[in-house]
Unconditional design. Structure first.
Length: 407
């Protein structure tokens, strides 16, 4: 390969993607800081743990209800414009939060209303964000782009909450103001992302096109296998909801230890995302994905039986790293096996699966832990993930035999 070809194959020379990555980074930090500030502020106002649950519900419910219309919009309208409009709309809500806090006229129901507002626009933002990436880089660089794209979210997840908590000392209004500034930067960066050379086909919206993504996925065993594998593996294998129990009752550590445990999967995912951004996966893609999900389940098992903090941290770091490998492969397969005019609706269905697995996974872990204990709950989840991998390898042979990302 000549020097010029090497240069053009590097992500850094695709300016549209770099601007997109920067907008993802800025908004990611802003959202993590926003989440910390809202949680502290609501709990300070009410002292009611149920209100903390309502914070999550206020954001999850719109994302579930609006997922299919959001996917349809991403396939009808220009995706860059959707992202800009949604970011500006979220920015307005954050500015209102900042002004309310500054003038000390805070009411929890207004906060919940604003969170529903933010959640509604995030529902439209997600499929547009997911489906725009393949248009910003060549097809062969998509796995690297997805890995680097994920690194922005992982960095925000590691640093953002701590930064938001530290700044909150100066007041909730200060956190909201800085968050608003980060969202403004995200909007400016998004304006630098080039518009597509070919404008999307603006077909008329209808009930049939609304559910076209569902029909498309049902007719493609590889995509159906990838999305459903993620649903059931996360649903069974997610033990993060039980971390406070493990920290206090099993590992006998304090809040600082809980903080380390919560950050460990993100550290593993971030390190792996950097590695994947520099290395291509060109062979045995299906088996690598299944192996990484199985390793995720095995790491969950190690964590469940660990009595030492260092071993638990190592298991969670590996868990995050293996999850990143499978996530990049799953994301690339879904994007590359889906035509551009369908990517928004397919991404929307994928979002329903992801949100459902995350939310129900935490609920399943909590219910099971209340019945059989935290250790048994996490162990059952790890074994369940391994069982799911075996079943999916049997039920989806096309996915197991997949050699390359591009079929």
């Amino acid at each position: 390969m000549s020097k010029n070809m090497e240069l053009t194959s590097s992500l850094i020379y695709h300016k549209g993607f770099i601007w997109f990555w920067l907008t993802r980074l800025a908004s990611g930090f802003g959202f993590q800081m926003l989440s910390v500030a809202v949680g502290w502020q609501v709990y300070t106002l009410t002292g009611n743990a149920l209100d903390l649950g309502l914070i999550g519900l206020a954001q999850f419910f719109p994302s579930l209800v609006l997922a299919l219309p959001a996917g349809q919009a991403a396939d009808i309208f220009t995706r860059r414009q959707i992202i800009v409009v949604t970011r500006i709309s979220e920015l307005i809500a954050i500015i209102i939060l900042a002004l309310m806090s500054f003038y000390q006229v805070v009411d929890k129901w207004i906060i919940f209303t604003l969170l529903v507002w933010i959640g509604s626009f995030k529902a439209f933002e997600y499929p547009a964000m997911q489906s725009i990436v393949p248009s910003l880089v060549p097809e062969k660089l998509l796995p690297k782009a997805l890995a680097l794209n994920s690194s922005a979210s992982e960095m925000a997840a590691i640093v953002g909450p701590a930064l938001g908590g530290f700044i909150y000392i100066a007041g909730a209004d200060i956190v909201y103001m800085i968050t608003a500034l980060l969202y403004f930067v995200a909007v400016v960066c998004m304006f630098q992302v080039p518009l597509p050379a070919i404008k999307p086909q603006r077909g008329a919206a209808s009930f049939a096109t609304l559910f076209a993504g569902v029909r498309f996925i049902r007719q493609r065993p590889v995509i159906l296998g990838v999305i459903s594998l993620d649903l059931f593996a996360v649903l069974l294998g997610g033990a993060t909801a039980l971390l406070p129990i493990f920290a206090r009752d099993i590992l006998h550590t304090g809040p600082w230890g809980l903080g380390l445990l919560r950050g460990a999967p993100a550290v593993g995912a971030l390190l792996m995302s950097f590695w994947l951004a520099r290395h291509m996966m060109n062979r045995h893609i299906g088996m690598i994905m299944f192996a990484s999900v199985a390793a995720f389940g095995a790491a969950t098992l190690v964590f469940s039986f660990s009595q030492w903090l260092w071993l638990s941290l190592l298991a969670l770091v590996l868990l995050g790293a293996f999850d990143m490998v499978s996530m990049v492969i799953r994301g690339a397969l879904v994007q590359l096996d889906t035509p551009d005019e369908m990517r928004g609706r397919v991404s929307a269905v994928n979002a329903i699966f992801i949100n459902t697995s995350n939310q129900l996974g935490e609920f399943e872990s909590g219910v099971l832990a209340s019945l059989v204990g935290a250790v048994s709950s996490a162990a059952i989840g790890g074994v369940g993930t391994l069982v799911v991998v075996g079943l999916w390898m049997w039920w989806f042979p096309q996915l197991r035999k997949r050699q390359k990302l591009t079929d």
